[in-house]
Design a protein around this ligand. Structure first.
Ligand code: ATP
Ligand code: MG
Length: 421
């Protein structure tokens, strides 16, 4: 039997329903902030990521799905969305003399060790803003996250961590100082950190290794290298978050994995889903557009991991057996199938919030009612000889002990509509 690839999950109907509900709420928040959706290819030139994400990052070093096209070009399944977004906006001239606020949703691919909350294909919703140098847009992006948690009812289960890396220059100076401090201590670092010392030293701050953390206690501190402009930017962001009464903690060890961040970095973290607790992460990347061949343009954004948000909601409210349909329409005789289809269409037009499933495949009414019950629907409608003759379908209440009713189509619509509120 052929099975799915390790780390690539099937989302089956029951989870699919919850997925849709959650994604819709998040999208509503983004659209409510007038962010515009874009759709980008899953495959890009490998060079886009080695340049955009950074050669020395975990993603480019060991997590990419790279393949040769038939003509030998090196292509990579996108491991994240920002680089492709920047590529597209440069390519279509959408960054020159204008600002952009966009979002995207879709699968990303990273060859990682699969575990709870970490997969090889996972789904991100990301937002990016271009052309805004000030902290007002950083605040907007952080607040978008806050609105997601409000819309999903989980504000008390996530916390916000913030940091600033300062300008590109400050980040480079700090990097140099950190390397100078750690190089003589290299043989006491854990293996990953030793490798990062030459490749991506800021990531050492992220190390979970206790001995490495102990060595870092006396290391040069990032906040001491943040320049005056960088500090003013960060203070500006903090003032806006304070005014909006959004709680946060400043975590000077927060650096993020990607190479392109400058100034603000942030993560929304939950403790309720295990070790992979970062549900949404982002920051500012003022150098990225230029690095990918555009004119210097400030940018900032974030990406949210939908599977982790699903786990968060599951832990908050249980998996909950939601129904597959609201109304199940039974047809007693194939001769009435067309009448039933027309009725179903009329109901869908009048009651757009209802999910109406018409029976297919024929069979006895008893078996059709069994299907109706399995669907979880609250109502069954029965169409038979009499009902068609009188133009009055029968309405059965599947979850309440109430007698069956015979209603004209208009009365049926009114009854269902009243039941919805
Ligand atoms: P992590 O530290 O968890 O590896 P990251 O820094 O690699 O995360 P980003 O590249 O910033 O993550 O991606 C943003 C978000 O996408 C993460 O906060 C997480 O919610 C989600 N995410 C990233 N990698 C995965 C994965 N392999 N499986 C599921 N979700 C993921
Ligand atoms: Mg990662």
């Amino acid at each position: 039997m052929i099975q799915s690839i390790r780390g690539m999950r099937d989302v089956l109907p029951e989870e699919g329903r919850r997925w849709r509900r959650i994604e819709d709420r998040i999208r509503d928040v983004l659209v409510g902030h007038a962010y515009e959706e874009i759709h980008l290819p899953l495959l890009e030139a490998t060079e886009l990521f080695s340049r955009g994400v950074g050669e020395a990052t975990d993603i480019v070093e060991k997590e990419m799905y790279t393949l040769a096209d038939r003509d030998g070009d090196s292509l990579t399944l996108r491991p994240e969305g920002t680089a492709g977004c920047v590529r597209a906006l440069i390519e279509h001239g959408l960054l020159f003399n204008q600002t952009q606020r966009v979002f995207y949703a879709g699968p990303m691919f990273r060859y990682e060790r699969p575990q709870k909350g970490r997969y090889r294909q996972f789904y991100q919703l990301g937002a990016e803003a271009f052309g805004f140098p000030g902290p007002d847009i950083d605040a907007e992006l952080v607040l978008l996250g806050y609105q997601f948690w409000r819309a999903l009812g989980v504000t008390d289960q996530v916390r916000l961590e913030l940091n600033t890396l300062g300008s590109g220059q400050a980040r480079a100076d700090y990097r140099e100082a950190l390397v100078a401090y750690l190089t003589p201590l290299a043989d006491r670092l854990d293996e990953d950190s030793r490798r990062r010392l030459t490749r991506n030293p800021l990531r050492i701050l992220d190390s979970k290794n206790p001995e490495t953390q102990a060595l870092l206690a006396d290391a040069p501190r990032l906040p001491d290298y943040v320049d005056a402009d960088g500090q003013a930017h960060f203070d500006g962001l903090r003032r806006l978050l304070d005014a909006m009464e959004v709680p946060y903690v400043v975590n000077p060890g927060l650096v993020r994995g990607l190479d392109y961040y400058t100034h603000t970095v942030f993560e929304w973290i939950t403790d309720t889903i295990g070790a992979q607790g970062t549900v949404c992460a982002g920051g500012r990347y003022d150098g990225l557009v230029e690095r990918l061949g555009g004119r210097p343009t400030p940018g900032a954004g974030f990406a949210l991991g939908l599977e982790r948000v699903m786990l968060l909601l599951e832990s908050a409210e249980g998996a909950g057996a939601d129904s597959a349909a609201d109304v199940y329409l039974c047809v007693m005789d194939p001769a009435h199938q067309a009448w039933a289809l027309a009725l179903a269409q009329k109901l869908r037009d009048a009651l757009p919030a209802f999910r109406i499933r018409t029976h297919a495949g024929g069979g006895k009414l008893k078996n059709q009612m069994k299907r109706a019950d399995q669907s979880g629907a609250r109502f069954a409608i029965v169409v038979g000889e009499d009902e068609v003759a009188r133009g009055a379908p029968a309405l059965k209440h599947l979850r309440e002990d109430r007698p069956q009713e015979s209603l004209t189509v208009d009365a049926l619509i009114a009854r269902l509509s009243a039941a919805a509120d």
